[in-house]
Structures are given as C-alpha cells and as structure tokens.
Design a protein around this ligand. Structure first.
Ligand code: ZN
Length: 654
C-alpha cells in the first residue's frame, strides 16, 4: 500500500508549500476599511511595550533573511515580509493582526541574559540556546534542519563555538523537534556525546499525532496556515503564532535518550533545571522549565503572547482549557517569585518579575474564563453559535495584547468548550438527522426561488457589508451546484473581505484560502516524500491501524481473511483478521489456519511506506516471503485505498 499521508501535517506542509498568486485579490471594501479603522479605537495601540520587549537583546540577523535547503530551495525568507515595515496597517489587514505580524517579523539572534540566547523569527517556533559548563544546551530545534542549522550558525558567528551537548524537546509538536539533525547528528547521540531530553510520552505522541486522520488534517492545515497564499497585504501576513512554516527539507527526529521524570530537578551540563510537567494542555506531552542560575522560566508553549487554540481549526481533539489554566497557575505559584524573565518557545520574552506574574495570571485566567463562562452558558441552554457570539472577555483581559486571539479565537475556543462537554449535537431534534449538505443545499436554494434569485439578494447584502451571511448563503448555492460561477465568485468575494477583517492569522488564512479555491479550485498539494525518521519511529501496530482506516469496505464485503504477518528483524508477529468489512489485528499471535503468512523485515516495510518500493516489487525481489495463498495477501492490499489529498472544502467532494 502507498501511504502518502503517514506524516505529520506540518511536515507535509513544510515539504509541499509552493507560492502561487491570486487570480484577483480585491481591495478592501468601504465596510472592511471602516471595520479595520474602528479596531484602532478599540485596542491600546499607543502601548508599544511589546516592540521593545521583542527587540531587546538583539545581537544579529541573517543579512538577507534567507535560509536555503540542501537542494538550494528556499526554506525561509523574511524579505518576503518586508511589506510589514510600514507601521500603519493597510485597509486589507486588521490592525491588531498587523501589529502581531510586525512583532513576529522581528527576527534573528537575541541575548536573553548572560549565557542564554534565542533564535526567533527564523521558523514558526523559537530555538533557545543555553551556554552550559562544557557546551551548548538547545531547547527545541525548530521545524526544519535548514533553519535550525542556520540559527546555530548565526549563534556561532557571534559567540564561542562550543559543541552541542544536550537537546531538550519541550513537547511533541513537530515545529519543536523536526530540525534536530540540523544541530546534532545521531552518531554523537549514540556515542553519548549528546543527551536528548523529553517529557514522558514524547515519542508516542510526536509520531502518532497525525497519522490516523493525517490526510484530512494536513489538507485542512493548508487553510489554517494560509499555506498557498503569497505573502502580501492581500495575502499572507502571519500565522499569529509565528511568521510562517519553514519549507522543504526533511523532518528529522532523534529519539530522547532521557525521559524527564515528572517535575524533576536535573543538572544538565552543570546547569540546574527545575522541570514542571503540563501534559494534556497545549500538547499531550509537554513540560516547562525553570533555570535558577538565570532566574528564567521557559514555559515552552503553555503560555504565549496571544490566545492559543483550545481547538485548532485544522482539526484535532479539543484540549482541556481547565487543565491548561491550572498548570499556568502551578508555574506562577512555583516560580513566580523567583522569575525575572519569562521566555517561551514562540514569541518574545516578558522582561521583569512584576510583568511576568501579571502575564501568567492573565494567561491562566483567560483559559479558565473561556472554560467557565462557556459552561455557564451551556447550562443555561445556549447553543454553540450563541456562545461564540455573546461571550466576551472582561475588559481586564480583553485589553491585554497577549490575550488577543491571533491563533485561537474566543469564538472557536468557546465552541470547543461546548464540543468537549456536549459533542456535536445541540439536543434539538430538528438537527438530529437533517438532510446531508448537498441535498440540504439543493432544497434550500429551490425554496428560496432558485440560484439566480438567491445571488441577486446576496449581492445586495454584499453591498451592505453582510459578508458572514453572504458567505453562508453562497456556500449553499455552491453546494447545490458547484459549477455556478457567479455564486463561487460572490462567495469568494465575501470570504476575502472576512479574511481582511479577521484578527486571527488562522481565520485570515482560512478565509483567503477558501476565496482562492472558490476562484481557482484546489491547488495540487505535493505531498512529497515521507520522512524516514518519523516513519521508522512508527509502531508497527499503527501501520495496521492506518490500513484499517483505509479499507474499502465495499471491496471487502463478504470476505473473510486471516493473515499472519511476521517482521523478522524486530521479531514482531501479528494476526490480521478481515471480517464484516472490518480489519482487526492481534499482536504476538499467529494462526495455523491463516490463508497466508507473510514475512519481511521492518526495514522493508519502511521502504514501502516511504514509497521506495511496493509490495509486489518487494515480493519479486525476494524481500517478502509469502506462504499459503498469495491471492489472500494481494487481495487485502487491493482493498486499501489512498485518500484524495485535495478533497473539496468550499465545494462538495468529487
Ligand atoms: Zn509550537
């Protein structure tokens, strides 16, 4: 089977993003310009503290802002974002997002304090570099080897060239580890020259997170990150969390040599590090750390200079906002009185003790407030859309820049709280079993007098600036008839204005990607080569889990197959059972009555997953030994499908 999506969505994007141009990005309408202008009165733009915070300790930057991959392709290019040099936002960008985008454009090597440096704005995340007794301790080596390497080189151009002796991964998201081989090589780790530390559960979650639903998540992630949008005032300006994803290069992974025991204090290259776990918050496996020598607290991604995602719109399980808040409070209680500087693995530092405590309290209360007040409304019978519309942060939070929704939003986070407790159903039986989207849309348009009548009314509403409604109603017309060009164009125009008004980088990305696809259709997404490091770290059982979710149930109808599967180098045995169009497996079991037994090495399986060979070719080459009925084995393989990478989002599936 081909398994092109067995890759974390971010690494897929990193390998696949190509810039393209809009067919016709429109200017902002008067309504949008007025909306964005009004934002200037709603928020404390006179407060420019964050800019001096972000620039403080600047040492150096890349002369041209550019990082290239080994093959010469561009991984990172800050010069694309030179348009952000202007202080005032254009009409096509929400001024609050513009501000965040300008802050995230401040890039290079920064000295946080003597012996502690950060690389910022050279990838989505930050790389922290600490000078230990004999060498360097690196926290979170970015998404790509090229950017991590360039970051370390920039450091070496300005500081003594000491070897890297330790790497710490704060959590399992790929923007915090995918570049590890840009800063250390695996032989040095194996030889014991470099230690790699991570919280418990790191490898499992790093590898598994986006495997099972990976194809859908990576498709949806192109919207969240605005991945196909060209940088510009009418295109991509920022993700909210950081400038963008680095592109190209292979996602690398070196397994931890040491799991950090919960809340332990360790000495790493002579440096005392006090760890605080925060599992099940922003990530499944996550930790914060305090350095007494520097009086610096690194909160990883548990806190950030914005409102993070309780739910990520690329699609993911909902996070626990209450636990998230709790761990921020634990950090405040445990380290608040000893912390002079707070750093994170995204964004810029918070620079003094009083500010640090205020920042932690705001972040703590923001997540708890969203949780508590959403639940309060749920208990009063509010529906998700009501809560998202009516819930407002108290002014004491709302006016804090670092509580603004640049990545998560109050709206979609509040809906996430509903989802966590109530699930998809709003308890109204009219919504229990409605017609599916296309049939629903066809009836809807028919009852409204046909597509032309709907479009005509929607044009009036567009002129009145009612873009949310126009986007909704044109979506109905497109779902009733995706070939209706007028509906696609008007829908695109409405989404575009919503994108220009959005404060969140994620919403802007989603709206503008939707507009682009309504105008031009989905762009080919080159899923690219798999990362061997990630593939090799995949548990064999997960390979069968993935096969099971790709089983073509119709092809499997009435089939009953039992297949023994042996991996000869890792000594793993599995018994696969196909019955009722359902594939199940048992580890450590073989069946004498199996129709076929297949034996191969795990590395052969890896080459198949990496698409370096195929099952039939590996059989021909003698790398897979099939005993019993080969038709049973090949029959099973033929039932496994490859999902469409570019399925419709703003239009029906083909
Ligand atoms: Zn991150």
């Amino acid at each position: 089977m081909r398994s092109r999506t067995l890759v974390h969505c971010l690494s897929v994007l990193a390998a696949s993003v190509s810039l393209s141009s809009f067919a016709a990005p429109n200017p902002a309408t008067d309504t949008t310009a007025a909306h964005n202008k009004a934002v200037l009165q709603q928020l404390p733009f006179a407060d420019k503290q964050a800019f001096s915070d972000a620039e403080r300790g600047f040492v150096a930057k890349l002369p041209d802002g550019k990082v290239t991959n080994d093959d010469g392709s561009v991984s990172w290019d800050m010069s694309d974002y030179a348009f952000l040099d202007k202080e005032d936002a254009p009409d096509t960008v929400n001024p609050s997002l513009w501000r965040q985008a300008r802050l995230n454009a401040i890039h290079g090597l920064f000295k946080v304090t003597d012996g502690l440096y950060q690389i910022r704005g050279m990838d989505l995340a930050n790389m922290t570099i600490i000078e230990g007794e004999t060498g360097l301790i690196i926290i979170d080596p970015l998404l790509s080897p090229a950017t991590a390497k360039a970051g370390l080189e920039l450091y070496y151009q300005n500081r003594p060239k000491k070897p890297v002796v330790a790497v710490l991964y704060t959590h399992n998201h790929v923007d915090h580890w995918g570049g590890v081989k840009g800063v250390v090589n695996e032989e040095d780790v194996k030889a014991g020259k470099v230690k790699v530390y991570a919280p418990a559960g790191f490898m499992e979650h790093a590898v598994s997170e986006n495997v099972i639903a990976g194809n859908a998540m990576s498709r949806r992630a192109t919207y969240q990150f605005g991945a196909m949008l060209p940088p510009g005032e009418r295109g991509h300006v920022d993700t909210g969390l950081g400038k963008a994803l680095s592109k190209g290069g292979e996602t690398t992974l070196i397994a931890p040599t040491d799991t950090v025991p919960d809340n332990a204090t360790l000495t790493i290259d002579g440096l005392e590090v006090q760890f605080q776990m925060a599992h099940g918050t922003e990530a499944e496996s996550e930790m914060m750390m305090y350095f007494p020598k520097f009086k610096v607290l690194d909160t990883g991604e548990v806190t950030s200079q914005h409102m993070h995602n309780v739910y990520t719109i690329r699609g993911a399980a909902v996070r626990d906002a209450s636990a998230w808040s709790h761990y921020i409070d634990v950090a405040l209680e445990r380290f608040g009185d000893q912390t002079d500087i707070l750093i994170g693995q995204h964004h810029w530092p918070v620079w003094n003790q009083e500010e640090t405590k205020r920042f932690l309290a705001v972040q703590r209360d923001m997540y708890k407030y969203i949780h508590d007040q959403s639940v309060r409304m749920i208990n009063k019978g509010y529906l998700p859309g009501d809560i998202a519309e009516e819930l407002k942060l108290p002014e004491s939070l709302d006016q804090q820049w670092y509580a603004r929704g640049y990545y998560g939003t109050l709206s979609h986070n509040a809906k996430a709280i509903y989802q966590r407790y109530m699930g998809w159903y709003d308890a109204n039986p009219a919504n229990l079993n409605p017609l599916p989207p296309e049939q629903n849309a066809a009836k809807f348009v028919e009852y409204m007098g046909g597509a032309d009548a709907v479009i005509e009314q929607a044009r009036n509403d567009y002129d009145k600036g009612e873009y949310r409604w126009v986007a909704t109603v044109m979506n109905q017309v497109v779902f009733a008839d995706p070939s209706n060009q007028a509906a696609r164009e008007l829908g695109a125009d409405a989404l575009e204005q919503l994108g220009y008004q959005a404060e969140a980088g994620t919403w802007r990305g989603a709206y503008l990607m939707g507009a682009m696809e309504l105008r031009e259709g989905p762009k080919p997404r080159n899923v690219g080569s798999l990362s061997p490091d990630v593939m090799q770290a995949l548990e064999t059982g997960m390979f069968f889990d993935l096969m099971a979710v790709r089983l073509d149930a119709e092809k499997a109808a009435d089939k009953h197959l039992v297949i023994n599967w042996q991996l000869t180098d890792t000594n793993e045995n599995y018994r696969l059972n196909l019955e009722h169009s359902t594939l199940t497996y048992r580890a450590d079991e073989q069946d004498d009555a199996a129709q076929a037994s297949v034996a191969m090495t795990r590395s052969t399986l890896d080459s198949i997953l990496l698409r370096q060979t195929t099952f039939p070719d590996a059989v021909k080459a003698g790398k897979i030994k099939v005993t019993g009925d080969p038709k049973a084995f090949f029959g099973l393989l033929q039932m496994i499908e490859v999902p469409e990478a570019n399925f419709g989002i703003v239009e029906p599936r083909k």
